[in-house]
Design a protein. Structure first.
Length: 297
């Protein structure tokens, strides 16, 4: 039985936010969980094929924050061969020079506002970097494993065991996308939902990390903005204009590009109408009529 008292004692006075900033500076990979305010920290263990992984609250209000910090200290101490007290002292020393706001901006927080055109340009740019033709429909796993490392220095796709957190997530330093075994297998088989899920995460990596070359004076201070941007990127990355213009029927477009029908409908709305709409039957009829007129003219 593990004696948790040393780690609990060491955790007193240490916030999850300070521990998160310390671990990020120490090279741990950070990714948001499905719970707002909870981050997933992971790192490879030398000599082991398993990754160390735990969660840390980065917002106040979680009743088990001290216990989570204690669990993390105990794990870190085992990996580094130091005591929990020594780790805690290092965290406290580093907290005075914390880069927490800057660090968090890359994984969860302040995201530069990108309009449709900038996101579209980013999707086109990455396709060009990866050597994908305007007409190509590709296996996304093969692209991530074979082409992305050529285009992005140190990039890797890493398959992890199924967790209770996100099925796919990314880190920017080093650039890496983590995917569970199930999603990896389905994506290799060109499953539409899994392909889109990975393309969405590519969007986060390409738009919301130091890999991004975009600058702007406006910022969106919520994760919904980042999710919207990554979703738009995924749609445009999987279905470029040159392909979208060839189809009048979203069902045929979805089959050709191996995406879900709802994604194909959004893409055709965006291409033919210049905007996205969550279409009902009437809206879809309008879309088809407009698409038919545009293509035949």
């Amino acid at each position: 039985m593990i004696d948790a008292s040393p780690s609990l004692e060491a955790a007193k006075g240490i916030s999850g936010k300070d521990l998160f900033a310390y671990l990020n500076a120490e090279g741990w990979t950070a990714a948001p969980s499905k719970v707002d305010g909870i981050m997933i920290l992971s790192k490879e263990i030398p000599g082991s094929d398993q990754r160390a992984e735990f969660i840390i609250p980065i917002k106040t209000g979680f009743n088990d924050e001290e216990k989570r910090v204690a669990d993390a200290l105990r794990t870190i101490a085992q990996i580094q061969g130091r005591s929990e007290v020594q780790i805690a002292e290092s965290v406290q020393q580093a907290s005075g020079n914390s880069r927490f706001p800057e660090v968090l901006a890359h994984v969860h927080g302040i995201i530069a506002f990108l309009n449709d055109k900038k996101i579209e340009n980013a999707a086109q740019q990455l396709r060009k970097f990866l050597g994908l033709s305007d007409q190509s429909v590709f296996n996304i796993v093969e692209v991530l494993e074979n082409e992305m490392p050529k285009a992005i220095d140190r990039f890797r796709l890493e398959v992890v065991a199924t967790t209770n957190f996100s099925e796919v997530y990314s880190s920017s330093e080093p650039p890496c996308i983590f995917v569970t075994k199930d999603i990896y297998r389905l994506a290799r088989e060109d499953d539409a939902k899994s392909r889109y899920t990975l393309a969405h995460e590519i969007g986060h990596l390409f738009l919301h990390s130091p890999l991004s070359h975009f600058e702007g004076s406006k910022y969106a201070k919520n994760i919904e903005s980042a999710e919207w941007q990554a979703s738009k990127f995924a749609m445009l990355f999987l279905i470029p204009d040159s392909v979208a213009r060839r189809f009048k029927d979203p069902e045929l477009l979805s089959r050709y590009c191996k995406v879900e029908r709802t994604v194909a409908e959004r893409r055709m709305n965006y291409f033919y109408l210049g905007k996205e709409r969550v279409g009902d039957d009437h809206g879809l009829q309008q879309l088809r009529s407009q698409a038919t007129r545009d293509i035949s003219s």
